[in-house]
Design a protein around this ligand. Sequence first.
Ligand code: ZN
Ligand code: ZN
Length: 236
Amino acid sequence: MTEHNRAVVFHGTGTMKVDTLDFPKLEMPDGRKAPHGVILKIVATNICGSDLHIYRGSFPVPDGMVMGHEMTGQVVEVGSDVEFLKEGDIVSVPFNVACGRCRNCRAGRTEVCETTNPEKSCAAYGFNLGDFQGGQADYLFVPYADFQLLRFPDRDQAMDEILDLAVLSDILPTAFHGLMEAGVGPGSTVYLAGAGPVGRCGAAAARLWVHRASSSVTTTRSVSSWCARLAARRST
Ligand SMILES: [Zn+2]
Ligand SMILES: [Zn+2]
């Protein structure tokens, strides 16, 4: 594979550059071989509020870190131990790196995987959490690919809706999962404070419950006004 791998790279607080890097290997950050991994060609990725925290210096990462943790990509290289993915598959990547094998992963707590970061029980792409390079790049290495990746069953359909599907990689599922963790169900009253991206997606997800389950949603004024503007745009 000889393609260039252009990537958005952190070079100290307030400085990001597009650098040309080597094509990634099926290799963990500590150099161990990773036949359980794949290489993705990134099809769509997002800039997150977390990236802005890194840019402004409030969340330190190493100089040279490739940014990005919200990726949708096409499989272009498959490790020998990968069983359920093949070249050409379109997949969504979760922002946490998780092994799928430790006690926490088996309990569904992939955000506190015990094995993928030797320094603490949490690993992620494009953060100071296990040295996994991010995906604001042409190519990305993803370990434990059978466990990690959400494969879209119909490639053409996925590409038709790729910008919507790109939302699945962090913000919307973070908000939706938060509602699930909070035990939202039929008849719930939901209070959302904060009108950042997660709060807005939380309001949208909670309103799905309103229609499905007669719940009620209470939001701070800024979330409410955003929802009203969105509803007005949709009705025109
Ligand atoms: Zn994010
Ligand atoms: Zn794990």
